[in-house]
Design a protein. Structure first.
Length: 248
């Protein structure tokens, strides 16, 4: 795909994978607008990197709608959106209380957030000569981590959402790409020091290389995630589940 001269909106790019990809896409000659809840952090990143910024809370449907209008008004050449924002929290289903709040919050942010974002921008994207919707699932969409059942479920839903809208929009100018990260060294689940997680810069660099190299990428799979992504096809799913959950 073409990863230069685009105008890209990335809610959830104030840290971690989102910020790493935003910086690399900007270095490739794209105009990058990042979104987040905290205006002070957005202002700092705008100064540091030169990003455009839009305040957005991906758990708030009204704010998603207003931010969608704002980003199109301010950046009418917008032709790519990457739904990066997400949360990952452990749940304990042995407890009578506690896990439901986490589960509902996870569904709202990880699944309804991207759906609402794409709904707010799709009419504009349809009017562009070429446009791209990028979803972000996870290796845990394909092999579950016992600690995070609802996170796993939302990422599996994002995978199937990507498959479905790619089929529906095949007759349009909109390309649908799914990035499938493995465990990456970010603050998500306190993995920043984990030896089992992929270094952030390595993940971001490999992802950008794959986006450049593939004409119609569909899924972006760094080598580290293939152990999870293809477990069922290889026939070793049960073993992969044991290995994954033996690490945590």
């Amino acid at each position: 795909m073409n990863i230069t001269n685009n105008t890209v909106f990335i809610p959830g790019a104030t840290s971690g994978i989102g910020l790493a990809l935003a910086a690399r896409l900007q270095a490739k000659g794209n105009t990058v607008i990042i979104g987040g809840r905290r205006t002070a952090l957005l202002d700092r990143l705008a100064t540091e990197y030169g990003f455009g910024t839009v305040q957005i809370d991906t758990a708030d449907p009204d704010r998603i709608a207003s931010a969608s209008v704002e980003v199109v008004d301010r950046y009418p050449d917008l032709n790519m959106v990457i739904a990066m924002a997400g949360i990952m929290e452990p749940e304990d289903w042995h407890r009578r209380e506690g896990f439901l709040d986490i589960a509902e919050r996870t569904v709202t942010t990880n699944l309804l957030g991207p759906i609402r974002l794409f709904a707010g921008l799709i009419d504009h994207l349809r009017r562009r000569p070429a446009a791209t919707i990028v979803t972000v699932s996870s290796g845990l969409a394909f092999v579950p981590l016992a600690q995070t059942p609802t996170y796993n479920a939302t990422k599996a839903a994002i995978h199937m959402l990507s498959e479905g809208i790619r089929l529906q929009l095949a007759d349009t100018n909109i390309e649908v790409i799914e990035i499938v990260p493995p465990a990456v060294r970010t603050t998500l689940m306190n993995l920043q020091e984990s030896e089992d997680a992929m270094p952030l810069d390595d993940f971001a660099d490999e992802t950008i290389r794959l986006l450049e190299a593939q004409e119609n990428p569909g899924e972006i799979l760094v080598d580290n995630v293939k152990f999870l992504r293809h477990a069922a096809e290889r026939g070793d799913y049960d073993q992969v589940v044991r290995v994954l959950n033996g690490r945590h």
